[in-house]
Ligand binder design. Structure first.
Ligand code: DC
Length: 210
């Protein structure tokens, strides 16, 4: 089993940038677990699978060949889906399929395998609580809601900020309130509020824990 740095938190807290940079600095493998839920959601939408059909979605989560490449590209059954999984419809669907225990079990098992022979920095919602409860370093990364909307607005300038704020709030609510592995800070995770901090400052804080 490799070393694990677990970074959890709500949308727009800065997890991706920080996890990616940390992995590069430490020579660890970067894993975006959210991309796996997004890949399952994209596949479900394309196949017209009802997003509450847990039996079919669980099968899909087991069968889908999801590849997370180190240049951040994501492939599904050999197709590059990097941009497709960032579409708003897929973002909304990902949070719905992520609420299903069968889908989670399938993806969590794969996430655990990824750290069997490698050191990883993995970002998500349940990495420190469920996927790697014994991770060497656990961080719960947060930021003010307004700051999180500002960051996402920069990434998605074609969506009105009010609409983005509503979508983020809805998704965070669903991620926090689901029964299975809700977004919650692990008891032994370090809480970092990234509001007003640069990515570099947050990285330095985390490196002190390593
Ligand atoms: O991090 P993200 O926005 O790409 O995640 C997409 C969705 O997947 C989001 O609604 C939360 C969910 N997710 C999860 O439930 N557990 C994870 N480990 C990662 C993401």
């Amino acid at each position: 089993m490799g070393q694990v740095i677990a970074i959890d938190g709500p949308a727009g807290a800065g997890k991706s940038t920080i996890a990616r940079n940390l992995a590069a600095r430490l020579g660890y493998v970067y894993i975006d677990s959210g991309a796996m839920y997004r890949a399952v959601a994209l596949s479900a939408l394309r196949q017209g699978i009802d997003l509450t059909d847990e039996v079919r979605l669980e099968k899909l989560a087991h069968a889908a060949a999801i590849e997370l490449q180190q240049d951040r590209r994501v492939c599904l059954d050999g197709e590059d889906i990097t941009d497709a999984i960032r579409e708003p419809a897929v973002t909304a669907a990902a949070s719905k399929v992520a609420a299903l225990p069968g889908v989670r079990a399938a993806l969590v098992a794969r996430q655990q395998q990824m750290a069997e022979h490698s050191n990883v920095v993995m970002e998500g919602r349940d990495i420190g609580t469920v996927v790697f409860p014994h991770a060497r370093v656990k961080v719960y990364l947060d930021a003010d809601p307004a700051e999180r909307v500002r960051r996402r607005s920069g990434e998605q300038p074609d969506i009105a900020p009010e609409s983005l704020a509503a979508h983020i709030a809805e998704r965070d609510d669903r991620d926090r309130q689901r029964v299975q592995s809700p977004l919650v800070q692990a008891a032994d995770a370090i809480y970092i509020d990234s509001t007003g901090l640069t990515a570099l400052q947050v990285e330095e804080e985390i490196l002190k824990l390593c």
